[in-house]
Design a protein. Structure first.
Length: 176
């Protein structure tokens, strides 16, 4: 009797779910962070542990305990960044449909209705690159989801905690 093994089927499907969409810039920042954590921070924490051991009995040494806690947090962060780099899928704006909003494009939105005429420009980025104050909007945010695959002249309505807001797409261009 052959047993049905759904785990094999699920593993192929889950691979895509684990992928993280990033821009080239976002991947470079992740790689820089990983390099800094592994080459600089690891040495600093190891030095702290070494110095704390020199204070004597480690069973009652708060410096040693703090350094070991920091080491655990650092290793957890390194694992997380390694996972993100491994699962990163770089989205190339050149591969997107011309004139269509996608990850890696810059979109200008004009508010329609209340606050009419107010324009904001955002670069659509991966979820973990998002920084609205710096003009970077996640593709997974309410506004990001609403404008994806849309074109200049189209209007979208975005549900927010303060109510619905309508935007018109004024401009779409590939990010430089």
């Amino acid at each position: 009797m052959t047993l049905y093994r759904p785990a094999r089927i699920l593993s192929e499907l889950m691979t895509d779910r684990n992928q993280e969409l990033v821009t080239r810039e976002g991947l470079e920042k992740l790689q820089e962070e990983l390099t800094h954590l592994t080459e600089v921070r690891r040495k600093e924490v190891a030095d702290r542990i070494r110095q704390a051991r020199e204070f004597g009995d480690i069973s009652e040494n708060s410096e040693y305990d703090d350094a070991k806690t920091e080491q655990g947090l650092l290793e957890r962060r390194i694992s997380e960044v390694q996972r993100r780099v491994r699962n990163a899928k770089v989205v190339d704006p050149a591969d997107t449909e011309q004139g269509s909003v996608d990850v890696g494009t810059v979109v200008t939105l004009r508010r329609v209705g209340k606050g009419k005429g107010e324009e904001r420009t955002f670069k659509i980025v991966g979820a973990n690159e998002s920084d609205p104050t710096d003009g970077k909007l996640s593709h997974a945010s309410p506004v990001g989801r609403a404008v994806l695959k849309r074109r200049v002249g189209e209007k979208v309505t975005v549900a927010t905690p303060r109510g619905s807001t309508e935007y018109e797409i004024v401009n779409v261009e590939a990010a430089s």
